[in-house]
Structure formats: C-alpha cells, structure tokens
Design a binder for this molecule. Sequence first.
Ligand code: F6R
Length: 644
Amino acid sequence: MNKTVDISYQPVGRYEDKRNEKMHTDIFPNSSIASIAVAEEIAELIRAKALGGDMAILGLATGSSPIKVYSELIRMHEEEGLSFRNVVTFNLDEYYGLDPMHRQSYWYFMHEHLFDHVDILPENINVPSGKVAPEQLNQFCIDYELKIKSYGGLDFQLLGIGRTGHIGFNEPGSHRKSATRLITLDHLTRSDAASDFAGIDNVPRKAITMGVGTIMTAKRIIMLAWGEKKAEVVKEMIEGEVTGEVPATFLQDHFNTTVLIDEPASSELVRIKTPWLVGPVNWTESLIIKAVVWLAEKEDKPILKLTDRDYNDNGMSSLVALEGSAYDLNIRMFNYLSDTITGWPGGKPNADDSRRPERAEPAHKKIVIFSPHPDDDVISMGGTLQRLAKQGHEVHVVYQTSGNIAVADHDALRFAEFALQFKNIEVEGESSEKYENVIDLIKNKSDNEIDPKEVRVIKTLIRRGEAIAATRYCGIKDENVHYLDMPFYDTGKAKKNPLGDADIKLIVDILEDIQPNQIFAAGDLADPHGTHKVCLDGIFAAIAKLKKKTFMKECYVWLYRGAWHEWDVNDIEMAVPISPEELARKRKAIFFHQSQKDGVMFLGNDHREFWQRSEDRNRGTADLYDKLGLPEYEAIEAFKRYRF
Ligand code: F6R
C-alpha cells in the first residue's frame, strides 16, 4: 500500500485527479514545507530502524531539489538528537572524471550539505567514484549493486527529476531494468549544469549512475520537484505514458512512490491548469479570466466569438450559468482585458483613471525600478522604462546585485589590460602593479576556482559601465542610478548565501530615501540561480517593514518578468504597447550590456540571446492580445500588480 507522507501541513492540491494522474502526488505551497515533511519521514525511518537495532539504508540524491531536506535533517540532528550512526547511504550518481575534492563533485556536495554536519560513519557513506579507471568500471558498477543488495536493498530512495526526465542520471533511452553503469549526459542536462561549472564546456560529458532497475527496487521512493522550470517534465512524469524517453515515468509502476511538488512545479498539471476539466470549481475572478483565455486559444477564436456551446463542451457550463450567458461573459472579459492596456504606465495626467491600471495623480511620479542584475531592467521593461522617462517621471533604477559572476574572464582581462595601458600612458613611470597583479590573477586562475576579490571588482565595474551607458540612453539621469550590491550575492560562485538582514536594510534605506509612488520589480521566479527570487523576497520583506509609512501605503508595486518567462494573460494587470521604433530602441539599450552578449555562460539551453528572447516574448504577448480580439500591436510589455 502507498504510504502517504506523514505531514502536519495540508498540501494545496485541490483534489486528486485520478483520471489524469498516474502517480500519488501532493502539491505544497512551497518547497520548504514539503522538505520538512520529507525530512520527518526519513527521520521516522531512521528512528524506527534504530529501535529494532537495524541499519536504515538510504538512497540519496544531489542537486538543488533535496538541499532543504538535508538542512532540516541537520537541524534535527543538532536540536533533536537525531543520530545517523545507524544510517548507510548510497548516492545515485557522480560525474565521471571528477575528483571527490572537485567543488562540483557529488561527493563534495554531499559532504557540504549533509555528511559533514551529522554523525554518520564515513565507512557507511557510498558515492560512486568518478575516478575509476575505464578497465575497472564494469566491476566497480557490479560491486556497487552487490553492496546495495548485501544490505537487503534500499529502504528509501530520494529523487529529483532533470528536465530531460532523468532520474539519477538515467537519461532518455534508459531501460526499465538498467543497472549501475556509465552513461553519456544529455545536452540539456549539461546545459542546466553549465552555470555551476562556469560554462558548458567544463561540464563532464559522462557520469556513473545507479540504473532505473536499481532505483525501482527501493522499498519507498520520494520524488521532489520545485519551480516552474520543472512544470512540463513533472506533467509528463505524472500524466504521460510510461516510456524510456522520459525515464521518470517508470516510477508510475513503482508500488510505493509519492511525488512532492510545489505550486509552480504543479502549474502544468490538468487539475491546476484547467481545473474545470477535472471537477467542480470555485469560479474566482482570476480563474474566470484564465478559463476564458484558455477557451479562446483552444477554439482559436477571439473572445467575443465564443458561444454557449464552446463553454458547455469544455467543462464550463457552471461558469455560463453563473454569468447568465456566453454573450455577457464574453463582453465582461473583453472589457477587462481592454482595460489592462495603457500607453501611460505611470498614469495618464488629467484623465479619468477609474478603469486604468495606474492613477493619474501625482502626474509626475517618483518611480523606483528594481533590477536584480544590471540588465534585467532593459531586457524586461526597456520599452516601459523609456516611456516613463519620456513622460516626465523621476525614474530611479536600482541594481540589486553586481552581476559579476556572469562576466567572462576574457572580458575582465581586456579591461584590466586596458587599465594598465591607460595608466602607463597617463602617468609615465608610476607603478602599475595593481593591474599587473589582477592580470596575473585572471591568467593563472583555474576553472574550478572562485574569482579573487580584485577580479570580482573588475567584473563588477564592467557591468556598472554597461548599465550606466544603457540607462543614459534610456533618458535616466546618472544620479538616479543606484547600485545596492546586496551581500547575499557576492560569494563569487553560482551558489549564493541566503537573504539576510543586511540585504533587506539596503532596500529599506533606498525606499525611505526616495519615497516612490510606484515601484517596479522582477517577479521572475524561474531564473536558473534563484537570484531573482532572493531579490524579490528582499523587496517583499522591505515593503512589509515599510507598509505603515504613508508613502508606502500609497505606492503601487508592479512586477515584471525576466528573460525566462512571461506572465499568463490572466495575471496581466497592465499591458504596455511598444511601437516598432520603441522596440528598436529597447534592443539598442540591451546591446549596451556587451558582456552578456554572444553565448554568455548562463544562457542555458535556450540559445537565443536576451534581446531575442525579450522581443519574441513581447511580440508573443501582442500576438495573443490580437488573437483574443483586442487591438494589434507590435509588442507588449506586461506587468502584474503586487498587493501588500
Ligand atoms: C542528482 C541526480 C539528478 C537530479 C536532477 C535534478 O543526484 O541524480 O537526477 O536529481 O538532475 O536536479 P536539481 O534538483 O538540481 O534540479
């Protein structure tokens, strides 16, 4: 029988969708709550085994998904005396070729995130070795399997899912009965790991992984998936047919697997995306808009042409009954979407603003545009930003982090060499040691090394130079450009520190100083390193602290999306049309960010450059509005209001 996770929290999943979902799935409001539930189940297993004098045999995963589970286990060890003396672990996989001490090896990861902080005996830790000689590989893999069997098999297996649908490193094409072996990593998997390795070229091409067959022998499996990025593959795993092309679908045949996901990862499931197709729904305004837009797209009709029959055939008869008729509903939704469109993102002076997204007064607003990295402002809202400046508002751009890890060494070297030459021309004979030192540091740095402080400073200055050039071009005054350099970011590596009080204070201070009428912030939670999410959390925390102040009470906060994803139409509350000329100017503003052009290391699997993605996205939104029967524009930038 399926053992459901013992949780004191209620998962969010509206109701089970037995028709479409082939695995037991619990949806949680966020990954922290879900991770605590998983850690509790693991702790319960360890304690129960200890009582019987037995060892708990755990199969463990690496990657971003299980990190909070491990930190909760460490907390339980430290505060509740949970002991790992009776725990034996087997890790799923390891990059082939990496030494255990390599900062990106899974051996290193496990010690950093769990083993170094609990009382597990080193001899009970098993991570496949990435350094086995090719001629010994076969025997090594057989021995790994035999060792698991010698303990009576895995009591518990923790899993994450890759965007290829891999479990462990069993990439598409893996057999249901495969055992531990050497595999070739999929290109998508390697590009997802590219940022950790400072570029895809440094990501190993092969890995040793437990097989699908090995994983399937576990007595209990928990699969974790967080974030929008996983939503599509999560849907395939849970609702798709069992196929070796998506190895995670094999878990549908496992007798005791639970999938734990957060809301963003659940967003493509039928019960979340189109709940009206699954059962009775509570028709909130946001769900009505979502349903009508979905129906118009599905039927390939503008909203005003949808009929009673279209609604009835698609599980929405209750909605039509609620609204009276398709005709009334169509007009109401058409008007709603029309009202989101405005060419006056800062409000239209002297106009009736009762149905406009922004207030007319004050006519000249003080505006703060937060940008997580120095380029998100122009990539995500470059058209709106230029309009705001042109329409006479006092626009401040606040860069939250330096963005220095995304600058390549060759760019830093170019600037350091420039500085050296410049200095030699300027001040003949004076010592130029400082620059020589930086040049040597860059030249002698290995791929696996954190940038020394001096190199980070150079990279920060490169991005600042690009940002000020772009904002100047957009009509922003130099004195209104601010750099917060939030400390959580400055670790020199892709992995950042958690948000701290010092980060929040910087945001509080600048808001108190400027006292804006309007704030724009990146509400983009799908960026690969989570920097945008931390930056947004910082802004929300600062707003919470300031919300009783008069200026804050009257301030409107608008969220834009970054390079990775657009708002769904039902989320859009302000749609700013961009003319062909404005779009060209926006492109030029993005071009100022030269260090982020031409195959930068963090583009991920999408090879379009940032300006291309943003144009495609803005044109896509305009196209969608057009198809829904609204006016046809060249492009649209979209915003959602945050109400606090
Ligand atoms: C890790 C592993 C992989 C990851 C998967 C998801 O040991 O075997 O299958 O679980 O790639 O990675 P994250 O959690 O980083 O998204």
